[in-house]
Design a protein around this ligand. Structure first.
Ligand SMILES: [Zn+2]
Length: 176
């Protein structure tokens, strides 16, 4: 089975090329986007997207507290059998309108997430939503020395794909 590795808007054919790329810089970027159709009025969807408390409650990943956010990382099972939930506190900005996108940004020392939403009216009953997510992560010197550790770490992170899928799944559940 051949697996493709994606990072910083580039696809790598094999693990060695990917590892070479990982070593080449501290900051790496992952993107994911999806376009979904919802049985929801345009105004209702727009009101959800513009309200960080509702939006992030839906994502179940970030809890907004004033201008900050707490990002919860997936449960990790230790060898002792203990399940730990890790979290990162960061600055949470948004909603910021940017042309036809509504944007949010979560910034902490070594990880930055950017979210963008575009709401489009289909008819009185249905709307279309474009969800864009990017993650910039600083792997640091240790990551550059040990690229295979980066792979393991990334698997434990909340990737842009996870963010987009959670928002889309929970919005779809609401629209039934
Ligand atoms: Zn990269």
């Amino acid at each position: 089975m051949s697996q493709k590795y994606k990072c910083c808007d580039t696809e790598f054919e094999n693990l060695n090329d990917f590892k070479r790329h990982i070593r080449s810089r501290n900051w790496h970027r992952l993107n994911y986007s999806d376009l979904i159709r919802l049985k929801m009025k345009n105004e209702t969807l727009y009101n959800i997207i513009r309200n960080p408390n509702i939006l992030f409650a839906l994502s179940n990943l970030i809890t907004p507290i004033q201008d900050k956010g707490i990002l919860y990382l997936p449960f990790t099972k230790q060898r002792t059998g203990l399940v730990l939930k890790r979290s990162i506190v960061g600055k949470l900005e948004g909603p910021k309108p940017d042309i036809d996108l509504i944007k949010y940004k979560f910034t902490s020392d070594n990880i930055v997430y950017e979210l963008g939403f575009r709401v489009k009216k289909i008819n009185e009953e249905y709307s279309e939503l474009l969800i864009l997510c990017s993650m910039n992560v600083n792997i640091g010197l240790l990551g550059r020395l040990l690229p295979s550790e980066v792979l393991k770490t990334l698997q434990k992170m909340v990737t842009p794909q996870i963010v987009v899928e959670k928002v889309s799944k929970n919005l779809s559940a609401m629209s039934v």
